[in-house]
Write a protein that binds this ligand. Structure first.
Ligand code: NAD
Ligand code: DAU
Length: 354
């Protein structure tokens, strides 16, 4: 079959990537969607069971850092568009293992940029390299500062955000130096189904279910701006198709929460859905040593995306949290498998025997 586009989505077995892959596979049967993922601890093909047998979907277990393999993939699959999500994404891991973050997030992005440039060989017509980035590159805000706009100077603090900032700079350098058609988006904190339970919301839901302590960093006063993951995927779809080449778009929920207030909402929701008396699990809150270099506040101004492309978050936070908690409670098997590492072993064995 001749597909209208051959779209490479990296990191499609991860949290946000799996929602983007699902959206594109279902919405664009005329596109071939090539999901390329190394299946690190964060990648899980269970996240894509519902689309894996679709004719326009292919999965490749590859490492974005391997330039030779990336060049082969571009040639073999006639890749004409990239949505790049593959990354090491957890701030706490970046504090203990910064080199892995530099390798994957910086060198991996560079290798994909180079593969795009070489494969498209200056015939950039109809091509696009879309880099998915984070609001953390902008640094931190005080309580009364105005929101991050696209003009905010980069000021990353963690090894994770430094590696994402570096990768954003490389994307712009390939655009400005070689004319590679690129676009970047910087999004706030995502939540929803299929998020690995090391991140705040799924970790806390899982711990509440199992009556385990809820480790609140510092005083729980840090603020994050939360967006339902499917709204992020919709924004990516819109920017991929209608965004201005060479441009940057902020994506956010206009939905700021102090950690401790958010945690109490989660506790109340889980308690209610488990039939426990409301607030029972508040006793699990345990204040622990703060994260090193912990950014106080992130908050995105997504006005440009609204004004230029008409995007807005669709889901109210109360509904998003209800959906999310219900999903984790109804998918205990998924949670158990990713917390006991069974899925990782399964895929290692499967790929060894091929
Ligand atoms: P995730 O950790 O859930 O998934 C990352 C995926 O990348 C995994 O499937 C993993 O196997 C894959 N991967 C890692 N190293 C790879 C490599 N070398 N080669 C190929 N694949 C590799 O991450 P996420 O939360 O879904 O984030 C996806 C992207 O969105 C990241 O670039 C992240 O920086 C960005 N982002 C995340 C958030 C958020 O709240 N989670 C917010 C804004 C931006
Ligand atoms: O802002 C976008 C970023 O959001 C993404 O780029 C990252 O990939 C994503 O991981 C996320 O980063 P955060 O560090 O904000 O997310 P995390 O879920 O790790 O933490 C959210 C807040 O909760 C943060 O202030 C730290 C705090 N926290 C987190 C954990 C895991 C706790 O208090 N206790 C915890 O156990």
């Amino acid at each position: 079959m001749n597909y209208r586009r051959n779209l490479l989505i990296t990191g499609g077995a991860g949290f946000i990537g799996s929602h983007v892959v699902r959206l594109f596979v279902n919405k664009y049967p005329e596109y071939r969607i090539i999901n390329l993922d190394k299946l690190t601890y964060a990648g899980n093909l269970e996240n894509l069971r519902d689309v894996e047998s679709k004719p326009n979907y292919i999965f490749l277990k590859e490492d974005i850092c391997d330039l030779v393999r990336m060049l082969d993939v571009f040639t073999k699959y006639k890749v004409d568009g990239v949505i790049h999500l593959a990354a090491e994404s957890h701030v706490d891991r970046s504090i203990t293992d910064p080199f892995t973050f530099a390798k994957t997030n910086v060198m991996g992005t560079l290798s994909l940029l180079q593969a795009s440039k070489e494969s498209w060989a200056n015939d950039f017509d109809g091509k696009l390299f879309y880099h998915v980035s984070t609001d953390e590159v902008y640094g931190t805000l005080e309580f009364d500062d105005s929101l991050f706009t696209e003009e905010k100077k980069y000021d990353p603090h963690s090894p994770y955000s430094a590696s994402k900032a570096a990768s954003d700079h490389f994307v712009r350098a390939y655009h400005d130096t070689y004319g590679l058609p690129t676009v970047i988006s910087n999004c706030s904190n995502n939540y929803g189904p299929y998020q690995f339970p090391e991140k705040l919301i799924p970790l806390f839901i899982n711990n509440i279910c199992n009556n385990k302590p809820l480790p609140v960093y510092g005083k729980g006063e840090n603020i994050r701006d939360w967006l339902y993951v499917e709204d992020h995927a919709r924004a990516i779809d819109l920017i991929f198709h209608k965004g201005q080449t060479g441009d940057t778009y902020n994506i956010g929920g206009f939905n700021e929460w102090k950690n401790i207030d958010l945690i109490k909402v989660i506790i109340r929701t889980v308690d209610r859905l488990l039939g426990r008396e409301t607030g029972t699990s508040e006793k699990l809150i345990t204040y622990v040593t703060d994260r090193a270099g912990h950014d106080l506040r992130y908050a995105i101004d997504a006005t440009k995306l609204k004004n230029e492309l008409g995007w807005e978050p669709t889901l109210q936070f109360e509904e998003g949290i209800e959906n999310t908690v219900s999903w984790y409670l109804n998918n205990q098997e998924w949670l158990d498998s990713v917390t006991n590492g069974v899925y990782q072993k399964y895929y290692e064995e499967m790929y060894e025997t091929r």
